[in-house]
Design a binder for this molecule. Structure first.
Ligand code: DOR
Ligand code: ZN
Length: 346
């Protein structure tokens, strides 16, 4: 039986748009979202307020005319970042948040943070002015197993930082473990987590059993099913500390289907429908609006969107787009791995 639900228009609290021809090609794929937090890991990265203003202008210039969309810019935190520049970009409405990549953790993170002491001045200033910090929460030490890097990050970096600077508002982005969920649930305030489509729909078996599937490779990497279950519980709980962040991260097909394939899942075109599918499976459709439309704005101190989207649950599985064409080559779209019955009404 067809069913419909209407939600305040969602926002994507973690999105990679890239730049140039790739950006032009992938921007329309985010049309279900009203706003998105735009990741700054370009080459070279978006470090200063001036970089962010210029990048925002390029996004707005590439935006299709009929796509209402507000990019919320982030600054890439380096050990040379100037606290005054960050504060000015925030006061001017140019930068919504700062992004911390541990150096070497993921795509284009080489200019990230090696020694947290070197960025304490920036973080203290952000705490004073109420500017949020988006975190890629993984350690990069060679001796730490890739599947343990999030849990170790919480113990070694995140928890000590929060004890030292409890006023700093932090988003642990793309939470992938039960440890991450439990840590966020233990925080009274100033900590929230975003959850991706792929970490809710898949575990590492789907990536590795019967052949290696490069289009499921992302960072933090997919974990075992007990972690997936914890993430699904957190997302569908209605808990205000968890919200939608796709981490949709396009790479050209040849860069993924490669002996050393890039990390990143391009989920934007299907993301809202996929989240709806997860919430239906968990019997929690009545809490989808909290996760997709309300908790994120509340944490960022922004009003929810006043327009709405309608989701339709069809009786038959929906046709899935395989690729999106861009001037930088085709990008393979996330395959949910099981039939998808939801779609967003035009
Ligand atoms: O899988 C990922 N891809 N994880 C990240 O943290 C970065 C992203 C990218 O930029 O491709
Ligand atoms: Zn990301």
């Amino acid at each position: 039986m067809t069913k419909t639900i209407t939600l305040p228009r969602p926002d994507d609290w973690h999105l990679h748009l890239r730049d140039g021809a790739m950006m032009e090609g992938v921007l329309p794929a985010s049309r279900d979202f009203a706003r998105a937090i735009i990741m700054p890991n370009l080459v070279p990265p978006v470090v200063t307020g001036a970089d962010a203003a210029a990048y925002r202008d390029r996004i707005l210039a590439a935006l299709p005319e009929d796509q209402g969309f507000t990019p919320l810019m982030t600054l890439y935190l380096t050990e040379a970042t100037d606290p005054a520049d960050v504060a000015a970009a925030h006061a001017d409405g140019i930068a919504t948040a700062v992004k911390l990549y541990p150096a070497g953790a993921t795509t284009n993170s080489a200019s990230g943070v090696r020694d947290i002491e070197k960025v304490m001045g920036v973080l203290e200033r952000m705490a004073e002015i109420g500017m949020p910090l988006c975190m890629h929460g993984e350690v990069t030490n060679a001796e730490v197993d890739i599947f343990d890097r999030e849990a170790v990050f919480i113990d070694r970096v995140l928890d000590p930082l929060r004890r030292r600077l409890p006023e700093l508002k932090i988003i642990m982005e793309h939470v992938t473990t039960a440890d991450g969920v439990a840590y966020i649930e233990s925080a009274e305030e100033n900590l929230a987590g975003s959850l991706t489509v792929q970490h809710l729909m898949l575990n590492r078996n789907q990536m590795l059993v019967g052949g290696i599937r490069p289009h499921y490779y992302c960072l933090p990497i997919l974990k075992r099913s007990i972690h997936q279950e914890a993430l699904r519980r957190a997302a569908t709980s209605g808990d205000r500390r968890f919200f939608l962040g796709t981490d949709s991260a396009p790479h050209a097909q040849h860069a993924k289907e490669n002996a050393c394939g890039c990390a990143g899942v391009f989920s934007a075109p299907l993301a809202v429908a996929c989240y709806a599918q997860v919430f239906e499976e968990e019997g929690a459709l009545d809490r989808l609006a909290d996760f997709a439309s309300l908790n994120g704005p509340a944490y960022y101190g922004l009003p929810p969107n006043s327009d709405t989207i309608t989701l339709i649950r069809e009786d038959a599985p929906q046709p899935l787009p395989e690729t999106v064409a861009t001037g930088a080559g085709p990008v393979v779209v996330f395959d949910p791995g099981s039939p998808l019955f939801w779609r967003v009404a035009n």
